[in-house]
Unconditional design. Structure first.
Length: 349
C-alpha cells in the first residue's frame, strides 16, 4: 500500500489526475504568456481576446501562435520519444538523440548547405529553389540515415546495448564528417551553428501541421506499446516469458521514436535535454507505468519547451537567445544532479 501513496497520503490514481490537470492548466498559461512575449509585448487579456476571435491581431494569429504551438509540439515529440527510449533501453539517462539522430540531421543539413554553394548557378536554381525547405529535407534524410546505419551496425534491434554503442559510433562519425564539411566551406558555419543550438524563429503553420500529424500517428501506436515497455522494465527475460516478439517490437519503438525526433529536429534544430528531463521528472510524479508516463512525458515536454522559448525571448528582449541554450542551462545541472545522486546512492548502498 505504501507504494501507492504519496504527497501526504494521496493515492497514486488521484495523484496522476492532479498531475495531468496541472500540466494542462500550465500549458494554457504558457500559451498565453508565450504569445504575448516578444519585441512588442501584448497583455494576456488581449492575447486571450485574440485567441477567442473577439478581435483580429495578426501578430498573435500569424506570427506568435504558430511559434508557441510549434514549441509545444516539438517538446511533446521529444518528451514522448525520450520516454520511449528510456523504457526501451531501461536507462533513465537515455534521450531521443541516442541513435545518432542529432548528428545525422546536422550532417544532412550541413551537406545540403554545402552542395547549394558548390553547385551554384543552374544547379542551385534547379535543386535549391527553396533552400530552407531543401535543408530541412536534408536534415530529415540525414537523421534517417543515422538510424539505418545504427541498426545495421548493431545487427538489428535485438540488443539494446549494441544499439547504444552503435549509435555512439555513428554519431561520432557523422559529427566528424559535418566538421570536415564546415572546414571546407567556412561560409556556412554561422547557419550550421544556429541550427545546432536550436531555434523556433521560423516555425509556421506548415511546421505545426507536420508535427501534429506525426504526433497523431505516433502517440496512439506508442501508447499501444505500453505493455511492451512495462514488460521490458521488469527485464528482457520476463518480457520474453510473456511471449512478446521483442526484436520486432523494439524495431517499431525505434522507428516511431526516430520519426518524432527527426520531425522535431527538422522544424526546430537540435534542442537538447527536453527528451531527457521531461520523462525523468514525470516518472517521479506519475510512476513508471508507461500507460500514464508516455502521455505525461508528452505534456511535460510541451510545457518545458514552451517555457524555455518564452524565457529565450524574455531574457534579452527585443533580441532572443537560441532556445537550445535555455534548455541546456536547465538540463545540464539536472543531469549532473542525477549523476551525483546515483553516485551517492551507490556509495551508501
Amino acid at each position: 500500500m505504501q507504494g501507492h501513496l504519496g504527497w501526504g497520503g494521496v493515492g497514486l490514481a488521484a495523484r496522476r489526475g492532479l498531475v495531468f490537470t496541472a500540466l494542462l492548466f500550465f500549458l494554457a498559461v504558457a500559451l498565453v504568456l508565450g504569445v504575448g512575449q516578444g519585441a512588442v509585448h501584448i497583455p494576456p487579456a488581449e492575447v486571450v481576446a485574440a485567441l477567442l476571435g473577439q478581435h483580429e491581431n495578426p501578430i498573435v494569429t500569424e506570427l506568435r501562435l504558430p511559434r508557441v504551438l510549434g514549441a509545444m509540439l516539438v517538446g511533446a515529440a521529444l518528451g514522448l520519444a525520450g520516454a520511449a527510449y528510456q523504457g526501451l533501453f531501461r536507462n533513465p539517462l537515455a534521450d531521443p538523440y541516442l541513435m545518432g539522430v542529432a548528428a545525422g540531421a546536422s550532417f544532412g543539413f550541413t551537406l545540403t548547405l554545402s552542395l547549394s554553394g558548390v553547385l551554384g548557378g543552374f544547379g542551385a536554381g534547379l535543386f535549391f529553389a527553396s533552400l530552407p525547405t531543401t535543408a530541412a529535407l536534408g536534415a530529415f534524410l540525414g537523421a534517417l540515415l543515422a538510424v539505418v546505419l545504427t541498426l545495421s551496425l548493431a545487427g538489428g534491434a535485438q540488443s539494446g546495448q549494441h544499439l547504444i554503442l552503435a549509435g555512439v559510433v555513428v554519431g561520432s562519425v557523422l559529427t566528424g564528417l559535418s566538421t570536415l564539411l564546415l572546414l571546407l566551406d567556412t561560409d556556412r558555419i554561422r547557419e550550421v551553428f544556429s541550427y545546432t543550438l536550436g531555434s523556433l524563429s521560423f516555425m509556421g503553420w506548415r511546421g505545426v501541421g507536420m508535427l501534429a500529424l506525426g504526433l497523431l500517428l505516433a502517440l496512439p501506436l506508442l501508447w499501444g506499446l505500453s505493455r511492451t515497455l512495462n514488460a521490458l522494465a521488469l527485464g528482457e527475460e520476463t518480457a520474453r516469458s510473456l511471449g512478446l516478439p521483442l526484436p520486432a517490437l523494439r524495431l517499431l519503438l525505434v522507428a516511431l521514436s526516430t520519426l518524432l525526433t527527426a520531425l522535431s529536429v527538422v522544424q526546430a534544430g537540435i534542442i537538447g535535454f527536453v527528451g531527457f528531463v521531461a520523462p525523468h521528472a514525470l516518472r517521479q510524479l506519475v510512476g513508471g507505468d508507461y500507460r500514464y508516463l508516455l502521455p505525461a512525458s508528452a505534456l511535460g515536454g510541451a510545457l518545458l519547451l514552451a517555457l524555455a522559448d518564452w524565457a529565450a525571448r524574455a531574457v534579452v528582449r527585443p533580441a532572443e537567445l537560441p532556445v537550445g541554450v535555455i534548455t541546456t542551462l536547465l538540463g545540464g545541472p539536472f543531469f549532473l544532479y542525477l549523476l551525483w545522486r546515483a553516485r551517492r546512492e551507490l556509495r551508501w548502498g
